[in-house]
Design a binder for this molecule. Sequence first.
Ligand SMILES: [Zn+2]
Length: 145
Amino acid sequence: MNDAMRKVPDHLFFATGLPEALVAEAWAAGRREIGGLLLGREPGRVRRFVSLPNAAARPDEHFRADLPALVRALNMARRSGWRLEGLFHSHPSAPPRPSPYDMKHCMEDLPLLLVGSGTPALRGYIRRGATWLEIRLAAWNEMDG
Ligand SMILES: [Zn+2]
């Protein structure tokens, strides 16, 4: 399959209230970057955020998920039928754009959500090879299915 034909999501849908909760939790942590897993039941729909401890040497500069906690959370999610729909972390003192560190360490084709300074505070991206694309974030009501 040629690269241009690959299916890459240009939208990520969020359960009602979840984007606001991510922003609130990020601001509540002060200078410390927070982050974790975005889980869903079907492709492209995020229903839950699972916070992970920040194991970075400088948690005010980077978010690096604690590895044992990450493995535990992924195993628990998989056993319970959850899918990994994206990763999230905050930039307390920078805009919500992938940093050089993020660009170097992020997974391909997995949405990365960032909260940072500026408006809107929450933005989403996806990496395809060396290219970063912004994805649109939209709300959906879980009650509608
Ligand atoms: Zn970052």
